[in-house]
Write a protein that binds this ligand. Structure first.
Ligand code: EPZ
Length: 421
């Protein structure tokens, strides 16, 4: 179990490379199940979640080769020999449920363990089930598993999502590419990761229009062929590292970043008094002097403020001038970083889905515990501008979504090191 020790430091400077998107890669990898031909992903992030997904695909009979130090994933699912996604893997990572749609489409059946809840919420799959049943799947839920079959094959249909679920959109979209006829997904998720998946599927021969809007239309085809696809830049890693100079001061350029991936987030940084500028190579973020101003945040599906940046934004608001109200409307329990930030001297009141942050001059280092992926990185960001030393425990959460975080932040001048305990 590693810990990360952070000592408060002054302004940061330099460039930080932004990796390929974890949440794009985790849906692009199961797409290999849709074709007998190889699918190669470039610009893949090097994360433990990617390793977990590789294990799951291998358990189904797919081959996944990690090349060029993990940045290239060469996959082939020519010979699948299982349609069973076991609880042991799925419980570690909810995104494992994204094999459901592809397996149904390719093999006509799937047994996928329900992921169970996780730290941030219950994480049900009713929207996935509703959408796939609309395409003709029969899905039985028993013993903690979904037993899905498509006895007559999948048939295109109109699917109305009651919530713009990212995962449900991805499962239904992948299944629809091989369904007979036309599928319309209404109230589809609009995240850049959906557009990236649709782009990859089109490269494989799928016929998809409207990705990135609330209405996606798919014309099913008989088969998909192989492709090579670059994973889109990770907008959540981007936003996370844009907050480093915002919290510590200084100027940092996030290489590969583009404003259109994080526009709602950038509007909030601008309102807080942070300078954000798109350059030829990425996004430059600077905080010259004086305290940032408190701003209010409400998390929403894309293009709204991303829930995956809420914890990190709270870290910035802890030392802002004024009071900030953060409303978490996507997950039911995503303020577990608040008690840990309080240990560092933050003044935060949590009432249900609303957190009120009263800015203080400066936080003070303390031993804290990471509880989930985004909470853990918010503690590191807060610690980088705190007085004294902070020890962040249980950083395995961090490694799920941030590659070499201590190296990337250390290169900007942060005093951060990983210790084995
Ligand atoms: C994806 O999760 C991301 N994960 C999450 O990122 C992200 O927070 C989330 O989208 C929202 O943007 C991956 O892409 C691997 P949802 P997903 O389905 O697909 C409810 C991170 O930190 N819901 O849009 O699971 C659900 O309970 C992770 O990288 C249902 O009620 O998100 C939640 O409250 C965390 N029924 C809300 O919708 C369903 O069938 C959002 O879920 C499905 C979801």
């Amino acid at each position: 179990m590693d810990s990360i020790i952070v000592r408060g430091n002054g302004p940061l400077s330099g460039q930080i490379p932004i990796a390929g998107a974890k949440n794009a890669c985790l849906t692009l990898m199961p797409a290999t199940l849709l074709s007998e031909e190889p699918l190669t992903l470039t610009n893949a992030p090097r994360l433990s979640d990617i390793k977990t997904m590789s294990e799951l695909l291998a358990s189904l009979g797919a081959e996944v080769s990690s090349l060029q130090d993990g940045k290239v994933l060469a996959m082939s699912s020519h010979d699948l020999n299982s349609t069973h996604a076991d609880y042991d893997i799925v419980r570690k990572m909810r995104a494992s449920n994204l094999v459901l749609g592809p397996l149904l489409a390719r093999m006509g059946q799937a047994e996928v363990s329900l992921p169970g809840g996780c730290a941030i919420g219950d994480r049900p799959m009713d929207l996935h089930i509703h959408g796939l049943e609309a395409l003709g799947a029969e899905i039985d839920q028993r013993d903690g598993y979904l037993y899905a079959t498509a006895p007559k094959g999948l048939k295109g249909a109109e699917v109305n999502l009651t919530f713009a679920s990212v995962g449900a959109t991805e499962n239904i979209l992948m299944a629809a590419t091989l369904a007979k006829g036309t599928t319309i997904i209404n109230n589809a998720a609009r995240e850049p990761e959906i557009v990236d998946l649709a782009t990859c599927l089109r490269a494989m021969g799928a016929q998809i229009e409207g990705d990135g809007t609330s209405r996606i239309e798919v014309q099913g085809v008989d088969r998909l062929h192989g492709a090579t696809h670059p994973v889109v830049t990770d907008r959540i890693e981007l936003g996370t590292y844009m907050l480093a100079p915002a919290i510590c001061g200084g100027e940092v350029e996030c290489l590969g970043g583009r404003i259109n991936l994080v526009s709602a987030f950038c509007e909030k940084l601008d309102a807080a008094g942070i300078h954000v500028e798109e350059t030829a190579n990425g996004i430059k973020v600077a905080r010259k002097n004086g305290r940032v101003k408190a701003v209010d945040v409400v998390t929403e599906p894309f293009p709204g403020f991303p829930t995956d940046l809420q914890a990190q934004m709270m870290a910035l608001m802890c030392t802002a001038e004024g009071t900030s109200v953060l409303e978490e409307k996507i997950f039911e329990n995503r303020f577990m970083h608040a008690p840990e930030l309080r240990r560092m001297g933050a003044s935060i009141e949590v009432q249900g889905g609303t957190a009120t942050v009263h800015g203080v001059e400066r936080l003070k280092g303390a031993p804290v515990m990471a509880t989930d992926l985004r909470a853990s990185v918010s503690l590191i960001l807060a610690a980088m501008a705190a007085e004294g030393e902070t020890v962040v425990n249980r950083v395995y959460h961090l490694d799920r979504g941030y590659e070499r975080v201590e190296e990337k932040l250390g290169n900007l001048g942060a005093h951060i090191e990983r210790v084995k305990v």
